[in-house]
Design a protein around this ligand. Structure first.
Ligand SMILES: [Fe+2]
Ligand SMILES: [Fe+2]
Length: 354
C-alpha cells in the first residue's frame, strides 16, 4: 500500500485554506487548524509529514513554534507561508529552520511539488529512524543472547574440564594401583617405586629442575616398573643367576610399561621416562641403547635413584643390602659410564640426607 503524506495546515485565512485544500487534497491527507498554537497542540497527539504554517505574529513566534515541533519529532518538516509579506521581508524565516518559504502570490503547483518532495523526505527519515531504533533493539537482544551463550559455554567448559580431570585422576589411580601391585608381588621390592620417587625428586630438586618437571619425574618413578606385569613371577623372584632368555625377558619391562601407558596421552612425558629408565649414560643400557644427553634428563635421574634403591634393599638374589658407603662407592665408580656425572654430582650432595 502506498502511504499518503499527512499534511497539517495552520492558517486563519479562509481563502488561503480553501486554495490549499483544493490544490492538495487530491494528493495528500490535509487537516486544518486555526494557527500555530493549535498546530503545536495537535502535533503532540498526532503525527504529520509536513506542517504548513501561516506566519502571523512575527519571527520569534515562528522560531518558538518550530522548536516545539522539533522536540516532538526531530525530523518534522515545516513550510512557512508569509502571506502578508514580500520576498525580502519573508526571507528571514528560512534561517529559523523552515524547509521552504512561500509568499504571495502563492503558486499552488510549486507548493504541491515542494510538499511532495518534503513528504518523501520525511517518510524516508522516519523509516530510517525506525530502522536504526530496530537495529539498536536487535543489538541489545543479541548482546543479551551473547552474554547468556558465553555463560553457558563457560559452564560447559568448566564441567568438561572437571570431567576430564576426573578421568585423568581415575586413570592415574588405576595405573598406580597396578604399579603398587607389581611392587607387592615380591616382598623384597615392596615400596621400591615409592622410595625411587623419593630419591629421584630429591636429586631433581638439587639440580634445580622446575616443579613441573620434578612432578613428571615423581609420576614416572611411581610407574617405572609397571612393565614387570608382563614378566613371570619365577624370573622376578629368582634367587640364582638369570639365564640369557630370562634376562632378555627382564629387559623388556621398560617397553611393556611404556606400551601400557601409551594410550594415556596426557602421560606422554611420564611414558617417555618409563621407556628410558634403564638406559646407561655410555649407551650400554637397554632398551634402545641411547647415550648421553640423548637420554632424557629425568630418565638419567630415575636410573640412578633406581640403582641406589636396589643396592640399598635386600633382594631375592642378594639377601643383605649394601651399606650407604658401599653404594656411594659403586655409584661413583660408574659415573660417566652407567650414570650421568652431573646427576652423580647432585646425588653426592644429598645422599647423606636420603
Ligand atoms: Fe626397572
Ligand atoms: Fe625399578
Amino acid at each position: 500500500m502506498v502511504e499518503t503524506g499527512r499534511i497539517l495546515l495552520a492558517a486563519a485565512d479562509e481563502n488561503l485554506k480553501k486554495n490549499i485544500f483544493d490544490g492538495l487534497n487530491s494528493k495528500f491527507a490535509v487537516e486544518f487548524v486555526s494557527g500555530m498554537d493549535a498546530a503545536a497542540e495537535k502535533f503532540k497527539h498526532d503525527s504529520f509529514d509536513v506542517v504548513i504554517a501561516e506566519c502571523a505574529g512575527g519571527e520569534p513566534k515562528f522560531e518558538g513554534f518550530i522548536k516545539e515541533l522539533k522536540k516532538i519529532d526531530p525530523d518534522c518538516v515545516v513550510i512557512a507561508l508569509a502571506i502578508n509579506k514580500n520576498e525580502q521581508e519573508a526571507s528571514g524565516l528560512m534561517s529559523l529552520g523552515a524547509y521552504d518559504l512561500f509568499y504571495p502570490p502563492l503558486e499552488m503547483e510549486k507548493l504541491a511539488l515542494v510538499i511532495d518532495k518534503a513528504v518523501q523526505m520525511h517518510m524516508m527519515m522516519v523509516a530510517n529512524r525506525r530502522l536504526i531504533h530496530g537495529l539498536k533493539e536487535h543489538n541489545v537482544t543479541l548482546e543479551k543472547q551473547n552474554i547468556l551463550l558465553a555463560k553457558r559455554i563457560e559452564e560447559s567448559t568448566k564441567n568438561l574440564s572437571k570431567l576430564y580431570e576426573d578421568l585423568h585422576s581415575t586413570y592415574l589411580r588405576t595405573v598406580k594401583v597396578l604399579a603398587q601391585a607389581i611392587d607387592a608381588r615380591d616382598h623384597y621390592t615392596h615400596s621400591h617405586s615409592e622410595n625411587v620417587a623419593r630419591y629421584a625428586t630429591a636429586i631433581a630438586a638439587q639440580m634445580g629442575l622446575s616443579v613441573k618437571d620434578t612432578e613428571v619425574i615423581r609420576e614416572a618413578c611411581e610407574l617405572h616398573d609397571l612393565g614387570k606385569i608382563g614378566i613371570e613371577d619365577n624370573i622376578l623372584t629368582k634367587s640364582g643367576p638369570l639365564s640369557k632368555e630370562e634376562w632378555e625377558q627382564i629387559k623388556r619391562h621398560p617397553v611393556i610399561g611404556a606400551q601400557i601407558l601409551e594410550p594415556l596421552t596426557f602421560l606422554n612425558d611420564v611414558t617417555a621416562l618409563v621407556r628410558q629408565h634403564h638406559e646407561h649414560y655410555d649407551g650400554t643400557g637397554y632398551t634402545e641403547g641411547r647415550k648421553g644427553e640423548d637420554i632424557l634428563l629425568g630418565a638419567r635421574i630415575i636410573h640412578l635413584a633406581d640403582a641406589y634403591e636396589s643396592m640399598r634393599s635386600a633382594r631375592s638374589y642378594r639377601k643383605v643390602p649394601l651399606s650407604r658407603a658401599e653404594t656411594v662407592e659403586e655409584i661413583k665408580k660408574n659415573s660417566g659410564t652407567q650414570f650421568d656425572p652431573e646427576v652423580v654430582r647432585a646425588f653426592l650432595n644429598i645422599v647423606d640426607n636420603l
